[in-house]
Design a protein around this ligand. Sequence first.
Ligand code: ADP
Length: 432
Amino acid sequence: MNPQFPYESIQEVALRLQAIIETAIDGIILIDAFGIVESINPAAATLFGYAEQEVIGKNISMLMPSPYNEQHDDYIDRYKKTGKAKIIGIGREVSGLRKDGTIFPMRLAVSEVQLENRIVFTGIIHDLSAVKQAHEKIHRLNEELESKVITRTEELASVVNKLLNTNKRLQYEVQERIAAEEALRKSEEEVRIALENEKELSELKSRFVSMASHEFRTPLSTILSSVSLIGRYTTTEQQDKREKHINRIKSAVQNLTGILNDFLSLSRLEEGKVSNKPTAFDLQLFCTEIIEELQGVLKPGQKIIKDFPKEAIQVFLDERLLKNVLFNLLSNAIKYSGEDRPIYFEITQELPNTLCLCIKDEGIGIPEKDIPHLFSRFFRATNATNIQGTGLGLNIVKRYVELMKGKIRFESQEGKGSSFWIDLPLRHTPID
Ligand code: ADP
């Protein structure tokens, strides 16, 4: 009686075990102590490609590929002698040899069965071909994936590199373009300024031509009439009349020279040819000489009353520019004042480093509405139209004063007179 299955006979148990073995999915092979196959189930026979009868009674090594088949008997012998086995009770991955010579991977679990009078070994075989194939496939796929990743990474790196290079090139091109645009803008600006200057100069010239044709007429007709009168005064007694006309001619020529000088100064200023070249000189001496030079143009009864500091003032200024400025202002004071009117010329030092020169008259003054335009080129006040002039003098004066790093200001009242002040830097040593 079987204690596990008390109601089954031995035969029934044997039959049931037989059925289990016959239908098992894994292969089951039974060998004796000499490695001779005692039984093989259908799954194992199919796995190795043999009919069961072809294997039973043969050495198990026929199912093993070289070199294991040759070594198998030694394994068994060693195990029997030493009791040490590499495989028994452990189960491991080995290779199987099919009838057609192909080799396949399998998991082999061997167990030792002690029968009544002998030992047999049972091997349970699980085909690993599919698992192996799947592993290999995974491995291959992994390798493919890795190589793809490497390739893609390299491609990406090259794309990134290309992008970086393109970016650099673009940045460079943008910079070049900005520089080119800047250069273009600059040259356009230069051309525009040059054109404006050209236009202004040509406008100046045409205005001068119209002004000169008007202003030249009076002195020229004076010269003409005086010359023809001188021709008529032939006797010695008429010498004073001749002299009167000679003086008239002189003054008319002076007038013409003045107009031409003003225009010449303006053109030189426009062309940027006038520069400040200071030298050291005695200011009072310099101004006294100018007053002397102007004595010839004073109207009857006019006087230039000077009020200069007693101590000599040593200045460091451009003599030519300063002379022109003072000549212009004093000439205007003379020109726009009547006979017997005084002209005051004062030098003061109000601030420690500033010199102030003032020219004051009691002449016709400047109408209030004309005051804002006084320093514009060709501007003439409305009350001055019957007095000869070009409207250039004050414009030149202002620009000369500014070249000397000074300032000009004025006060005027129509009918009462005008005062012009020039503030100039007082320097004893050549700093500029
Ligand atoms: P110009 O005297 O040749 O006309 P300026 O440029 O010297 O030219 O002077 C511009 C204008 O300013 C003059 O036409 C005149 O109307 C006015 N002006 C200048 N100085 C005086 C002054 N001292 N008194 C009155 N008006 C003046």
